[in-house]
Design a binder for this molecule. Structure first.
Ligand SMILES: *Cc1c(COP(=O)(O)O)cnc(C)c1O
Length: 391
């Protein structure tokens, strides 16, 4: 994959695995106590390094430990850092699986390319991540809602402060146990719509998972929290286009005059992160048929789901206001690997709260049916090529 054919690419056959001594293996905390992103790390990590003379080093899986980096490393000065997030599950046959990991690898490579980090072989990296998952597979409980979060990171390690592309790089992958995002049932979140803080803009980097896109969101996020809202609804431009919510893609569910349903999310125009979950929702909605006997039919125990018309197109906060006035906006939700689907209850905008319809279980029927189908596939209760075995 490298432009220079004399450089070594990532080679999984050169993998060394240094296992943690049995007496230093961590005690896995009780799953009931796991909080998403805050339950520490598993026992091992994967590291591969790139230098401009040799190319990629032999990969190593070793006990989780601090990194030692030159203080002049590119990442500390110019934010040459990209990341990914995906989950490993345990299938009914007890074998660990990953969910659509090739999509994460494609995005990881595109993000790296955007900040001119040295290229790498995506298939080779995925093969190594599967080995890492297998080494720490005892961390994946076989109970529904629980998984192991996998966090690949790629940083520039060029050890000089000159302002230029990092010719040196390090890919590392760490993992942490994770429990259900909504342990006690769906809890819809409140959003504060903002146009003055901008997450991503035309010609910018919003469609890549670059670390530099996230730091500037923490201050507005804190401000929203101090006013009682859980996430920001990011608006863009004079027309106040809706883009994303927090670090999730955003969907609205609209009732059509023919009784069918429009499921709309902003188009991938460069300001929107191409989420794996977003892609799943669009695809499941597109293949859903209202006939409950069809295997691709989505349903909940309580009600059938009408035909869904997935659409990727622009809409604005004024559209949301008018859809609510007309009574056609049924559901709105964010999507991402962490929660899969995160229902929205209200949106603070221009000093008022736009109130979304309320549902008994905290989630609307369309959101619920989509969520259920994705979880079934992830946990291997339904056959799908989206679920990929680690072997
Ligand atoms: C990661 C991310 C998402 C969700 O992507 P998934 O692949 O579904 O997890 C959405 N928006 C932003 C800004 C993100 O960083």
């Amino acid at each position: 994959m490298s432009d220079n054919p004399t450089l070594l690419d990532i080679d999984p056959s050169k993998l060394t695995i240094v296992r943690a001594e049995p007496h230093v293996l961590k005690t896995i905390p009780p799953p009931e106590t796991w909080v998403f992103g805050q339950s520490g790390s598993t026992d091992h990590m994967l590291i591969i390094e790139h230098d401009p003379e040799m190319g990629w080093s032999a990969p190593v899986i070793k006990p989780y430990s601090p990194l030692t980096l030159d203080p002049a490393s590119s990442v500390f000065h110019y934010a040459t850092a990209v990341f990914e997030g995906m989950k490993a599950f345990r299938g009914p046959d007890d074998k660990p699986t990953l969910f659509r990991p090739e999509m994460n690898m494609d995005r990881f490579a595109m993000s790296a390319e955007r900040i001119a980090l040295p290229p790498f072989n995506k298939d080779a990296l995925l093969a190594l991540i599967k080995q890492l998952v297998l080494v720490d597979e005892r961390w994946i409980p076989s109970r529904t809602g629980y998984s192991m979060y996998v966090r690949p990171v790629y940083i520039g390690t060029r050890p000089t402060v000159g302002v230029q592309a990092s010719t040196h790089g390090m890919i590392f992958v760490i993992m942490s146990p994770t429990g259900p995002y909504f342990p006690t049932g769906f809890k819809p979140i409140s959003l504060m719509a903002r146009h003055d803080f901008v997450r991503a803009w035309p010609g910018g980097t919003g469609e890549y998972k670059l670390a530099l896109n996230y730091a500037p969101t923490f201050k507005p996020q804190q401000e929203a929290a101090s006013q009682g809202y859980q996430q920001i609804l990011w608006l863009l431009g004079d027309e106040r286009r809706v883009t994303e919510v927090g670090q999730m893609n955003f969907f609205v569910v609209l009732k059509r005059s023919d009784g069918e349903i429009d499921l709309i999310t902003p188009a991938l125009d460069g300001t929107i992160l191409p989420g794996v979950t977003r892609d799943c929702i669009l695809s499941l909605a597109g293949t859903h048929v209202p006939d409950a006997s069809s295997p691709s039919s989505l349903s909940t125990s309580t009600r059938p789901i009408p035909r869904l018309h997935p659409q990727e197109r622009q809409f604005t906060i004024s559209d949301i206001v008018s859809w609510l006035e007309q009574g056609v906006l049924l559901e709105a939700f964010g999507t991402g690997t962490a929660s899969i689907i995160c229902p929205v209850s209200k949106i603070g905008w221009e000093g008022k709260d736009l109130i979304l319809p309320e549902y008994e279980e905290g989630v609307g029927p369309v959101s619920k049916a989509l969520w259920e189908r994705i979880v079934e596939i992830q946990e291997g209760r339904r056959e799908s090529e989206w679920s990929v075995k680690c072997e």
